[in-house]
Design a protein around this ligand. Structure first.
Ligand code: FAD
Length: 381
């Protein structure tokens, strides 16, 4: 194992969210001496505010492999850290003819997903797979076995600990990078030297390479989230859950011609949900609570307030297809992630020699970061 010395490293990583952590891991695996700078005392950004769902089924054909590679890294790091995780798989609950048509078209046109075991379940199979799904009106569900549920509040710190312990990564929490002029990396604790820098700064678009972000058309997406009280001991969610609105959200379904009829129906029947970008995912935490969200508002700057109407829309839709032993909401929060226009999956830019900006993973950072980092660090080894 190699360590940084005298404020000198081979690779410096800016940002202690999942994108930065994944880059630090990938770089350290090549044998590089790595330092990671995080301006806050611990990660408090999008990476600890999410569902903790590694969600290959939402990725289109070209990114599915990247998602599966990320999943393998998550499983490996979970094994090495002992952190809570569940190979949960997922159910897209189907309750209308329009939803059924989209799922059938997806299965017929997505051999990569079918190969992994994605298939349509009958209502009886849905009832066996999940006690949380309401049986009324269920026509079936898209079962996907590849989804993984981690708890971001425990998994992200555990990953940072693993980097330090097993890979010799120097973690500089509470240290902001204020400028890069290689081999100089200026920080709030003084100047470091590094050969390469990966800038994984999440929502911070102004401090480093603002021109890269300005040219990309990147915006901020604000999402509202809730978490229930702990469910009774021994109760488990099983597969992560979602329903028809999610078919409109993920790129994996975007090619389906049958989506137009489903979109028309939701536009007519659920105008508030559509206007607020509500689609509902349900995951579990290491403490037995259930996480329910979310909504999507896009802007350069968001107000810091949560909308009660949006929370109501999320919970109304949730209670249409699922029920929990304990429904009391214990926590509400919002998260913000950077989002690229035109459905682009990531922003990887090299504004000057030795510097790589990695950003814009949108709602899929937990799903794609490890796979992407293996690609962006490939020339290090
Ligand atoms: C509510 C919500 C739910 C989501 N659900 C899922 C999900 O279930 N599955 C999934 O795959 N994805 C999900 N996502 C998306 C995922 O969380 C993001 O794609 C991912 O967290 C982005 O990671 P990041 O490292 O870019 O950003 P962040 O986690 O925000 O980390 C960036 C870090 O960089 C630091 N930083 C910035 N500038 C500097 C500087 N100059 N010096 C030092 N440090 C700096 C910041 O302090 C911050 O900690 C969700 C996101 C949200 C908000």
């Amino acid at each position: 194992m190699t360590h940084t010395t005298d404020r000198t490293a081979d690779v410096a990583v800016v940002g202690g969210g999942i994108v930065g952590l994944a880059h630090a891991l990938a770089a350290a695996r090549t044998g590089a001496r790595v330092v990671l700078f995080e301006r806050d005392e611990r990660a408090v950004g999008a990476s600890i505010r999410n569902f903790g769902l590694v969600w290959p089924v939402g990725q289109p054909a070209g990114l599915y492999e990247r998602a599966l590679r990320s999943r393998d890294v998550w499983l490996d790091t979970a094994k090495r850290t002992g952190v809570w995780h569940v190979e949960s798989g997922s159910l897209h609950v189907v309750r209308s003819a329009e939803e059924e048509a989209v799922v059938e078209e997806f299965l017929a046109t997505s051999p990569h997903a079918a190969e992994q075991g994605c298939r349509m379940l009958t209502p009886a199979e849905v009832a066996r797979a999940s006690t949380a799904v309401r049986p009324e009106g269920v026509r079936g569900a898209l079962w996907s076995p590849t989804e993984l549920n981690v708890d971001p509040r425990t998994a992200i710190p555990a990953l940072a600990g693993l980097l330090e312990r097993e890979h010799g990564v120097a973690l500089r929490f509470g240290t902001a990078v204020t400028g890069i002029d290689l081999p100089g990396v200026d920080t709030t604790e003084g100047r470091w030297r590094a050969e390469r820098v990966f800038v994984c700064s999440g929502n911070e678009f102004q401090a480093l390479y603002p021109e890269v972000f300005a040219a990309s058309g990147i915006r901020r997406c604000k999402l509202q989230m809730m978490r229930t009280v702990a469910q009774p001991d021994g109760w488990a969610l099983g597969p992560a859950l979602c329903a028809g609105l999610t078919l409109l959200h993920y790129a994996s379904f975007a090619h389906c011609a049958s989506l137009a009829a489903l979109r028309d129906r939701f536009d007519r029947e659920l105008p508030v949900h559509r206007a607020e970008g509500v689609h509902v995912l349900v995951s579990q935490t290491s403490g037995g609570q259930v996480t329910i969200g979310d909504s999507h508002r896009y802007a350069a700057t968001h107000d810091p307030f949560e909308s009660a109407e949006v929370d109501r829309a999320i919970l109304d839709y949730f209670s249409g297809f699922a029920a929990l032993p304990r429904t009391r909401i214990a926590e509400r929060w919002h998260g913000v992630y950077p989002s690229l226009p035109d459905g682009r999956a990531d922003l990887v830019a090299r504004p000057e020699p030795g510097v790589t900006v990695v950003n814009g993973l949108g709602g899929a950072g937990m799903t794609l970061s490890f796979g992407l980092a293996a690609e962006t660090t490939a020339d290090l080894g």
